[in-house]
Design a protein around this ligand. Sequence first.
Ligand SMILES: [Zn+2]
Ligand SMILES: [Zn+2]
Length: 246
Amino acid sequence: MIPVLDLHTHTIASGHAFSTLQEMVAAAAEKGLQYLGITEHGPAVEESCGMILFRNYRVVPRMIDGVRLLMGVEMNILDYEGSLDVEERYYGLFDHVIAGIHGRSFRPGTMLQNTDAIIGAMNNSRVNIISHPCDGTADVDLEALVRESVSSRTLLEVNNSSLHPARHRTKAGPNNMELLRLCRKYDVPVILGSDAHISYDIALYPYLIPLLDEVGFPEELIVNNSFSAFERFTGVKWSDNSYGEI
Ligand SMILES: [Zn+2]
Ligand SMILES: [Zn+2]
């Protein structure tokens, strides 16, 4: 199957990524993607854009060169209750929300505390995806997250970027393998995320494909192959939330 979506990517607006929105869309179109999620970092990543850019998402056409855009945010999980770094009154600005633990804005606690933090975010109805739960920043009970995934309608991400060998995240490989095994066992879908910080990396998953192969992970549990599978699981519908199309 050919992937039709990549819903975790960053542009220069995130402050440490390299491509413009136009470059990201052009690369997505060239790769034949039908859906591209732009998820700039939330304000706890201090070099990121801040709310003023999110408030201006309406100027972005949601359909460019045959690619449907979801203008979103990667919020930061801040504490063991799963509080996020964007106030609820702003949630209407986003087509799509992902949330994750980042080392700069989360103090890892016990496995139970870290797991509660993620489950708290999963139970926020606007959060569609937990980004890189397996990257090893905080130890978590993956079985508890997989069980929560279906009831909270929140996908767990298998993140290509955290598996990059140069990042030396030694726990990311084994943790992602465990996640895949648990999802296969409980018949729970996952989403692959490129976490691209440059246009060349969109929809590329070179470091996680060997893990999928080793686990024998079923293609039908990978939502990247079908936007309707993503819609059904999360309840998110694509719609044109801009001033119009180009
Ligand atoms: Zn980043
Ligand atoms: Zn990201």
